[in-house]
Design a protein around this ligand. Structure first.
Ligand code: SER
Length: 340
C-alpha cells in the first residue's frame, strides 16, 4: 500500500490554519491533511486531501493518521491561547505541551519511515517574554530573542518550553547513544506578535482586543477595550503571519543560525490603534475600561521585538506596515465582509 505524501496542519480550523490552507490552495498545493477539534468548514475542506476532526492528545487517532498518510511537514498550530490557558492551566499544559510532544514524536517516527527530515513549523509568541514592570518595558525597547524569557502566563511557559523541546529534538536528540543519530525533526519557530485577521476574530487570547476593536467598528458596534490607552505591543496582519511561516519553512537549513525567530511588523499602543480605527470608521464608539489583571498580562509583553536575525538569516520582511495594513488589507476586507 502506498501512503499519500502530505503536509499536516493541526489547529486547522483556527485563524492561522484558515489562512495557511488558503495560501497553499492559491499555490495549487492540496496535499494537505487538516486536523482540528472542530470540523473544518466545507470551503476549506475542499482545499485539502483530508480533514480529520479530533484531538492531538488522542494517540489512536494519530496512529490512524500515519497508517494512511506519509507526513513530510507539520504546521503544528493547535494551542490554547493565553487568557484561556489561565483559566484551565492543567488543560493548557496537556494541549500545549503534551500535544506538541505527540506531534514532535510523530515527526520523528515519520522521518524514520521515509528517510527524509520532517519540517516542523511551530508558532511561538511574544508571550514567551515577561517584563517585570512598565519602567523596564519602556527601557527595554525592541527586545531580542534571548532577552527577558521569563513568561508570567501558563501559555507563555508552554510556548517557551516547546521551543526548547524542538531545539532538543533537532540538535541534541539522544546525545548519549553510541551512534550519532538524528531525530529527523527539523524544528523551526516564529515568535508571533499579536496577529490581526480581517476575516476572523481570535478567541481566548490576550492580544485579541486589536481584532475585536476593528471588527466591532466595522459592524457599527460600540467596543469597550480591556486594556488602557497606553498599553503597547507589536502586531502583524495575518497575510504577513502566513508569509513568515512559509518563508521560514522554505529557508535552507544551513542559513538558520537558530531555531526560533522574532518576527514583527508594527508596534502600536491601544490608543494609537483606536486612532487608526477611527480614521477608517469615523463613527466608531471605542472606550477604554481596563480589566486590571488581563491588562497586566499585556504590560509584561514587550512594546516591540527585534527581528534582525530573521531578516539576516531568511530575508524576512513584512509586506504590511501599519498604514498599508489598514488601507490595503484590514479596512477593505473587513468592510466587504460586513456589507449587507
Ligand atoms: N495572541 C496570543 C494571545 O494573546 C499571543 O500569542 O494569547
Amino acid at each position: 500500500m502506498v501512503r499519500k505524501p502530505v503536509t499536516l496542519i493541526t489547529g486547522a480550523s483556527g485563524e492561522v490554519g484558515f489562512g495557511l490552507i488558503e495560501r497553499f490552495a492559491e499555490r495549487g498545493d492540496s496535499d494537505i491533511v487538516a486536523l482540528d477539534l472542530n470540523e473544518l468548514p466545507d470551503e476549506h475542506r475542499a482545499m485539502c486531501a483530508g480533514a480529520i476532526t479530533g484531538d492531538i492528545l488522542d494517540q489512536n487517532l494519530l496512529e490512524r493518521l500515519i497508517s494512511e498518510y506519509e507526513i513530510h511537514a507539520i504546521y503544528h498550530l493547535a494551542a490554547l491561547l493565553s487568557t484561556r490557558s489561565e483559566f484551565t492551566p492543567d488543560t493548557a499544559h496537556r494541549v500545549n505541551v503534551e500535544g506538541t510532544l505527540n506531534l514532535i514524536r510523530l515527526a520523528h517516527e515519520q522521518a524514520r519511515w521515509h528517510g527524509n527530515p520532517v519540517r516542523f513549523l511551530f508558532p511561538s509568541s511574544i508571550a514567551v517574554y515577561g517584563l517585570p514592570d512598565l519602567a523596564t518595558k519602556r527601557r527595554a525597547g525592541r527586545i531580542r530573542e534571548s532577552e527577558w524569557n521569563l513568561p508570567t502566563t501558563m501559555y507563555g511557559c508552554n510556548k517557551c518550553y516547546c521551543e526548547q523541546l524542538g531545539r532538543y529534538y533537532s540538535e541534541h536528540f539522544r546525545q548519549l547513544s553510541a551512534e550519532a543519530t538524528s531525530s529527523g525533526v527539523d524544528f523551526r519557530s516564529v515568535r508571533f506578535p499579536g496577529l490581526i485577521s480581517a476575516v476572523t476574530i481570535p478567541s481566548g487570547g490576550t492580544s485579541d482586543y486589536a481584532a475585536e476593536m476593528i471588527h466591532a467598528a466595522a459592524r457599527g458596534e460600540a467596543y469597550e477595550c480591556f486594556v488602557g490607552e497606553e498599553a503597547r505591543i507589536p502586531f502583524m496582519v495575518m497575510p504577513d503571519g502566513i508569509k513568515a511561516l512559509l518563508q521560514l519553512a522554505e529557508a535552507p537549513v544551513e542559513c538558520l543560525s537558530q531555531r526560533v525567530y522574532n518576527v514583527t511588523s508594527f508596534s502600536l499602543s491601544a490608543g494609537e490603534l483606536r486612532e487608526y480605527v477611527r480614521k477608517a470608521f469615523p463613527n466608531a464608539e471605542i472606550c477604554f475600561k481596563p480589566d486590571g489583571k488581563r491588562a497586566a498580562i499585556i504590560d509584561t509583553w514587550p512594546a516591540d521585538v527585534d527581528d534582525t536575525l530573521a531578516t539576516r538569516d531568511w530575508e524576512w520582511r513584512p509586506d504590511f506596515d501599519v498604514k498599508r495594513a489598514f488601507d490595503e488589507y484590514l479596512v477593505p476586507t473587513i468592510s466587504r465582509q460586513y456589507q449587507v
